[in-house]
Each structure stands twice: as structure tokens, then as C-alpha cells.
Design a protein around this ligand. Sequence first.
Ligand code: BGC
Length: 369
Amino acid sequence: MKRVLLITLIAVMAAGGAVFAAGSQDQSGGLDIGIAMPETHVLRWVTDGKKLQENATKLGYNAEVVWADGDQTKQNKQIEDFITKGAKLIVVASINTGINTVLADAAKAGIEIISYDRLLMDSGDFNYYTTFNLKKVGFLQATAIEQALDLKNAKEPQYITLFAGSPTDNNAYFFYDGAMEVLNPYIASGKLVVVGPYPKTSADKTNFQRIATEGWRAENAKARMENLLTNDAKDVVLDAVLAPNDPVGRAIVEACSNDAKYDTIEKLPIITGQDGELPTVQYILENKQYMTVFKDSRLLADATIQLADAILKGQTPNIPGTEKTTFNTNVKDVTTYLLDPILVTKDNVKKVIIDSGYYTADELKSIGQ
Ligand code: BGC
């Protein structure tokens, strides 16, 4: 009899464990936190997704992570699935505003949403956003160009071609505008000459569209660079190319390397990037890509899950190491926590990315480190 009672008690505890649980973690096996990442063709999202899940699990949450292959319809299904599974909070980096109907569904179901790295535009269905200082990313890219070409003292005009990120991503506008605040004065004074379209800022939608990289797909950037090399850039030697992120930067390296004018590493233009992707770390060590902007996703994941924890426990969030501000979605201001991006060149790549343990020993082996 006693034994039956004990077994029954264990079964009840296993099924309804939440009753005994402290805080808001769901001990019954239901989903606490759904993590929806946009794509894997840009490698950072693989790390971001894994780190977010790891951090949530460490705090005792039941967390699931999914990637959407750059397809908003697919991500919407993944989010509907999180809603069905009873998620209490969703962390999402979307592909485009096609997500908004499903965000509204989640909000109706009482689910908290954190906009991760990319701001969910034209939506009023969430309250929090975590990201890096976006304008500073562009500022660092342009500053690297300014220094590498010694623009302050340049006697001859230097030639540059401009690339931007995906027009479907609000971040792309901030990156570009941050860079152009540094470059525009040099263009105005004639020290820097733009080859190809020149939107002074992202507000010049027509020209921005011309330099944009739809879906952040490297193959689109490569095709555009190849086209430039046989047209606008045919009779000039480019000194620099502003590339918004690492896959685009590497695509530009590939396209240039196939052109006789840039057929040795020394002849390649100064090419920028962002994200500290492993193949780019290799390119930086080999002098193929000049720089990257490192956005440590360990820190962003950590800040985001700390925020999620505070929200789920009904506490006032206090996220150390971030700058608190607001961003506007066109519908409302959302509380935003910003982290600081870091400029990485060959001089500090080892210290900042390799020695800090961002990549595992096995991953580093693949690039001979
Ligand atoms: C991110 C970048 C990334 C790009 C392409 C942006 O929203 O901030 O880090 O390179 O998307 O995935």
C-alpha cells in the first residue's frame, strides 16, 4: 500500500512538477522559450541560436531553437509551432515584415517577444529589442577604410565601390548610414571617388536598392561585383570596397581575385566585413579581407536570456554591459539594449576572436590555427 502511494506521488510530481517549481520555468516538459533564427547562410546565426538555447537551458528553461533558411513563410510556421507548444516567450530575428501576422497571434496568446539583433518593424506587438550598436558597425567599417587608405593625407583620389545589406533588414540602413557619416566628407572633397551608384544616405532609396544585397545572399553580391568589374569599374583600380558583412566581403574577394587587375593578394582592394566569421578570420590572416566587425554573440545571447529571465519572473530588467535606449518600429518605441561591436584587423584578430575562445580548437584547426 505504502509502495503504491509512493509510486503515485512520484507520478503526480513528474506530471505536475510545475506546482513544485520555483520561478516560472515549466517543469512539465512544455516549452518555455522558443528561439527563431532567420538563416544559416550567414554563419553567425548558427552560433547565436546555439548560445541562446544554452543560456536558457542553464537557467532551467525548456528552450528550442529553429532556423528558417531566409524564408519568412517557414519562420511563421515555426513560430506558430512555438505558440501551439505553449511557449511563454519567443526570441526572434526575422527575415522581413511578413512575420507581423504571426507576431500578433503570439501577442494575443500572451507570449512575450524579444526582437533579437534585427528590429521587428511596423509591429506594436512586443516591448524589447537586444542588439549591437548598429551605426557603430558602419562607423568602424568606414574608419578602417579611412585609416588603411590614409584618407586624411591622401594626395591622389582613391576609388571605392559601395555595397549595402538587405533592404528587408532594418539593420542594413543603420550600417550604411554609420559608414557614410565617415566617408561622405572625403567624397565631397574629392579624396574618395565612388565607382558605381552613390546613395549619400540610405534615404536615397533608389540608389540604395542598387547597392543592396537582397536577402544578404553572397551570390547576389558576387554577381554585382563581377558586373561592376566589367562595367563601371573596368577602367579603374579600386582601392576599397565597403562590404556590409563577412559573406559579402568574401564574395567581393572572390570576384576581384578572378580579375587580372587584382590577381595577387597585394593588389586586392581594402575590403570590409562584419560578424567575425571563421572563413573571414582566415581571410584576414591571409590579407585577403582587411577587417571585420566582431559582434560577440556570446554576449548578445547572454544579455537576451538575462532579459528573458527578468521578463518571465516579472522583474525589472537590469542588463549589465549594455546601453539602454529606445528604437522605433514605426508603430512604437521599444526598450532596447545595445552592446558594443569591436573593430578587428590582422593586428588584433588573434587576441579578440581566437584567444577569447570564440571558436573551438576543432573549428580553428580547419583554418590552420
Ligand atoms: C546582422 C548581421 C548579419 C546580417 C546577415 C544582420 O541583421 O546584424 O550580423 O551579417 O544580418 O545575416
